[in-house]
Design a protein around this ligand. Structure first.
Ligand SMILES: Cc1cc2nc3c(=O)[nH]c(=O)nc-3n(C[C@H](O)[C@H](O)[C@H](O)COP(=O)(O)OP(=O)(O)OC[C@H]3O[C@@H](n4cnc5c(N)ncnc54)[C@H](O)[C@@H]3O)c2cc1C
Length: 570
């Protein structure tokens, strides 16, 4: 289970001095603060009394204060569909809250006083100021918040129920969207759960409505878009789209999140726009093994979750499921038009929109997307094909990682590559892993010619380009990993691109290109600056970038240093 994996890594990564290294999981989830630590928290907030029966926070509340119990008892209960489940009981020295407090999302729990007493109360701004300035408390609180969120996920204690089916492509999308946003949900599988029909009747659901998402308060969303889910669950309520920001970062992959962490921690007003979920391509990786500092590797989901929380901790505002549609670059300030109309403005812009999966030219490919055709191999997709045969298309590192990962749980992995072998396109460590796993079969100079199935993928036909022979296999899962194309359509000619559509920056821009683009300054563009002053490009979207997590993160952090220089000169 991914959650267990994350709990393990959250558990092993704190400093050796942490008081949280010891203790059982409940103790790490609900630690008791020392009197010294409590008095440091008290300096940021106010003491107040609480009375038995008082509801301090209700499920769905937008404003969630942080409480440290001095005396008495508070219970955190899950209130869903009229029923209550006890999540936790907090007594003297213990504190309330979980990840939602940092991200400014609505409360998933009701906090009720069960024994009168006294608490310290901090509003969210006071809480953020505390974790930004007190390293020891930051570690204790952040760690416990992350563990609590993971516990909610592991125990299905969210405020959302998803009713779906493996035959509906939207189901995987919705599950992925909630999972990659770290939002706990309870999944009801229509194909296996007898009680599901009862739920269907209750909500008058038709096949076209699948998946159905039921939220706190009973809102029933039928096959909702990611944006509708984000709006219904209040994911973006913390961000004020109308205010002028120092810097707007478009894209929350590793490059954008790194830029957000550095910019926000250095005191800039930061707005991040993300069309899907934080994490980008890296978030779809089963295990990143070459990123510095993680000798045992780290799942993309975990890395993305940590980076996202870090950016929020420093005060960056992140809007998810709402992308940039156009960049207006005529005036002194930059304006980005969002998908659904509103505009956001900033004095500088960092383009970090990365790249999107390249799709092979196969008829009816889109019909099976999410229903047998996948572009990422995370534990969620892996669960769908345990002990079955699968196909991985591609010969690069992403395909190699997917094959090695799927090779642990599936019966057989057929790797289809167009070239004569893997040596020129894949890292040596992955090639070795593939060669050593008897479940992985590499078919060179081979490509898919047909996908077939009724509702979901059932059969694949592929051709050997040397012999022309076509083989047919009853396989219901194909993972497509054949590279990516830059996400630059939304830039609409604002900045100079190379012949493949990647954004040109710094010394790569010729004098002629700058003149043609109307570069107005006597200085040349900074490193990573585009043909527009104050507009930077980082990560996979940038021409000449090395397509790695580390280089995306490095470029995101470097760009912020230049943003400061641009802002000082304006
Ligand atoms: C399966 C897989 C495995 C990988 N494994 C490794 C590995 O082990 N090691 C390694 O170093 N690298 C690995 N990579 C490569 C690495 O993930 C990328 O180089 C890195 O993610 C690039 O980061 P980025 O932030 O530049 O772009 P991306 O990760 O592509 O992120 C861009 C973000 O921008 C968003 N976006 C796009 N358009 C818009 C818009 N108009 N408005 C708002 N947001 C938008 C996207 O939704 C996305 O979240 C892997 C890639 C894949 C696909």
């Amino acid at each position: 289970m991914i959650e267990q994996e994350i709990v393990r890594s959250v558990d092993t990564e704190s400093s050796p001095t942490s008081q949280l290294q010891t203790g059982t999981l409940p103790e790490r989830l609900f630690p008791r603060l020392t009197s010294q630590q409590i008095s440091r928290i008290a300096a940021h907030g106010r003491r107040r009394s609480i009375a038995a029966g008082e509801v301090l926070v209700d499920a769905g509340d937008k404003v969630i204060p942080f409480f440290v119990v001095l005396s008495g008892e508070i219970q955190a209960v899950r209130a869903f569909d009229g029923a209550e489940t006890l999540n936790a009981s907090l007594r003297a020295g213990q504190f309330s809250g979980e990840s939602g407090l940092i991200s400014g999302r609505r409360s998933m729990a009701r906090l009720r006083v069960t024994e009168s007493g006294e608490v310290i109360e901090l509003n969210r701004d006071q809480f953020l100021a505390l974790v930004q300035t007190d390293a020891e408390l930051s570690e204790i609180l952040m760690r416990s918040f992350m563990l609590r969120r993971l516990e909610l996920i592991a125990r299905d204690l969210g405020d959302v129920v998803v009713i779906g089916s493996a035959y509906s492509p939207g189901t995987l999308r919705v599950k992925e969207f909630l999972t990659r946003n770290g939002h706990p949900f309870h999944y009801v599988d229509l194909d296996r759960d007898a009680a599901a029909q009862e739920l269907f009747d209750r909500f008058r659901v038709t096949v076209d409505d699948v998946p159905v998402v039921i939220c706190t308060g009973g809102a029933v969303l039928r096959n909702p878009s990611n944006r509708t889910i984000a709006e219904s669950l209040g994911f973006n309520e913390d961000a004020d789209e109308t205010r002028m920001n120092d810097v707007m970062i478009v894209g929350a992959g590793p490059a954008g999140l790194a830029a957000a962490v550095y910019a926000a921690s250095e005191g800039l007003d930061v707005l991040v726009l993300e069309s899907n979920v934080p994490g980008g391509q890296a978030g779809t990786s089963s295990r990143i093994e070459n990123y510095l500092g993680f000798p045992a590797g780290i799942s993309g989901l975990d890395l993305a979750g940590r980076a996202y929380t870090q950016a929020l901790k420093f005060g960056a505002h992140v809007i998810v499921a709402k992308g940039a549609k156009a960049l207006a670059c005529g005036g002194a300030r930059y304006t980005v038009q969002m998908d659904d109309g509103p505009r956001a403005s900033a004095r500088a812009v960092i383009i970090a929109t990365g790249a999107a999966y390249r799709k092979p030219d196969i008829e009816n490919l889109s019909r099976f997307e999410g229903a047998g055709v996948y572009y990422g191999a995370t534990p969620m997709e892996a669960q769908l094909c345990v002990n079955e045969d699968v196909v991985v298309v591609g010969g690069g590192n992403a395909a190699g990682q997917a094959a090695a990962f799927l090779g642990q749980t599936t019966r057989r992995v057929y790797m289809l590559v167009r070239t004569d072998g893997l040596a020129d396109t894949m890292s040596r460590y992955l090639i070795r892993r593939i060669e050593e796993n008897p479940r992985i079969v590499v078919r060179t100079r081979t490509h898919i010619v047909a996908l077939e199935g009724n509702g979901r993928l059932e059969r694949i036909r592929w051709r050997d380009d040397r012999t022309g022979d076509v083989e047919t296999h009853d396989i219901g899962h194909v993972f497509i990993m054949i590279g990516a194309v830059p996400n630059t359509d939304w830039l609409g000619g604002c900045v100079v691109l190379d012949e493949k559509g990647f954004v040109k920056t710094g010394p790569d821009l010729s004098r002629e290109e700058l003149d043609a683009a109307g570069w107005p300054l006597t200085r040349p563009p900074f490193l990573l600056e585009t043909s527009r002053p104050g507009v930077f490009a980082v990560g996979d979207v940038r021409a000449g970038n090395i397509k790695r997590v580390a280089s995306a993160v490095g470029e995101g952090s470097i760009a912020v240093a230049f943003v400061h220089q641009v802002l000082q000169r304006n």
